[in-house]
Write a new protein. Structure first.
Length: 114
């Protein structure tokens, strides 16, 4: 039996990219970076981190969507072997949620390095 996943609008690529948020920079008279340039560098770092996290979350959601679709397909088939596979798929889903949740909590509890 061939397993397919449904397309979803949540699978669309994000248009949030650092290049869309660049602003003109100001230079101080002495040639050293101005406050605006420092803020822009910090903004770029924040957007980079946001984009990385967004891709991580989207990958987990996409994987879970595929697992849920496989569970549904196996359940609908009513074939004994496929029903047994459902248990393994539920285990995979549980593991994905647990890993993501604990990873998120570990990051939330980490002390900033600044």
């Amino acid at each position: 039996m061939l397993m397919t996943t449904r397309d979803s609008s949540s699978g669309a690529e994000s248009s949030m990219d650092v290049s869309h948020h660049k602003t003109p920079t100001k230079r101080s008279v002495s040639g050293s970076p101005s406050v605006d340039e420092e803020e822009e560098a910090e903004d770029a770092e924040v957007w980079d981190q946001f984009n990385r996290r967004f891709r991580e979350v989207q990958a987990v959601l996409d994987r879970n969507r595929a697992l849920i679709q496989q569970v549904n397909d196996n359940h609908r088939s009513r074939v004994a072997d496929n029903m047994v596979k459902v248990v393994s798929l539920y285990s995979d889903l549980s593991s994905n949620f647990s890993t993501f949740f604990h990873h998120r909590n570990d990051n939330a509890n980490a002390k900033p390095t600044n």
